[in-house]
Design a binder for this molecule. Structure first.
Ligand SMILES: [Zn+2]
Length: 139
């Protein structure tokens, strides 16, 4: 696999393992570069040098995308504060709004609209969605 192919695989969560995508997303959000690279290395079974290149390219793509989103949809400080609060709440304790079960699964999908600034690079780009494993509700 080439570096670009790996980056593409990461950017298409459908084509790669969900848990891997979630883990990498969280590590990137926390700016835990060392662990993120290790995660890529383990997943693709490649060497550290390659994993580092994949991670850098992947991160650059996200930054470029974030800049683009920012230019298209400039947010007011109030919107940013609100989005940050929502994103934090969702990341910290996902809970089913219909049955209150905490047995929920995170589904992340790339969203062109609606961005969250300041709170982690991934939160700016990825729309967090959840599915309840108890009642099946998605939100
Ligand atoms: Zn539920």
């Amino acid at each position: 696999m080439t570096i670009q192919e790996m980056v593409d695989a990461i950017n298409s969560p459908k084509n790669c393992s969900f848990s891997f995508f979630c883990k990498l997303e969280e590590l990137t959000d926390q700016n835990n570069i060392k662990e993120a690279i290790k995660c890529i290395k383990d997943h693709f079974n490649c060497d550290e040098k390659m994993a580092t290149q994949v991670f850098n390219q992947y991160k650059n793509q996200i930054y470029a995308e974030c800049k683009r989103i920012e230019n298209e949809n400039p947010l007011s400080p109030e919107q940013i504060a609100y989005n940050n609060a929502v994103a934090k709440e969702m990341l910290n304790k996902p809970k089913c709004p219909t049955c209150s079960s905490t047995n929920v699964q995170k589904i992340s999908s790339f969203s062109k609209a609606g961005s969250v600034a300041v709170f982690g690079i991934f939160s700016q780009k990825v729309r967090h969605q959840f599915k309840c494993n108890n009642c099946g509700y998605e939100w």
